[in-house]
Design a protein. Structure first.
Length: 52
C-alpha cells in the first residue's frame, strides 16, 4: 500500500517526502481535533456531575 502511494505521488523523492509528511500531519490533526473527542464522548461518557 505504501509503495503504491509512493509511486503515484509526483516529483522527486524529497517532494514526495514533503507530501507524505503533510498527509501524516493532516491525518493526525483531524484525529486529534475531531476523531478522539468524538470517540471519548461516544464510548466513554463522563458521569453527570449533578448531585441528587
Amino acid at each position: 500500500m505504501y509503495a503504491a502511494l509512493w509511486r503515484i505521488l509526483p516529483g522527486p523523492w524529497f517532494v514526495r517526502l514533503l507530501i507524505v509528511l503533510a498527509l501524516v500531519v493532516a491525518v493526525a490533526y483531524a484525529l486529534i481535533v475531531h476523531g478522539y473527542p468524538w470517540a471519548m464522548q461516544t464510548f466513554f461518557p463522563t458521569p453527570d456531575p449533578v448531585i441528587e
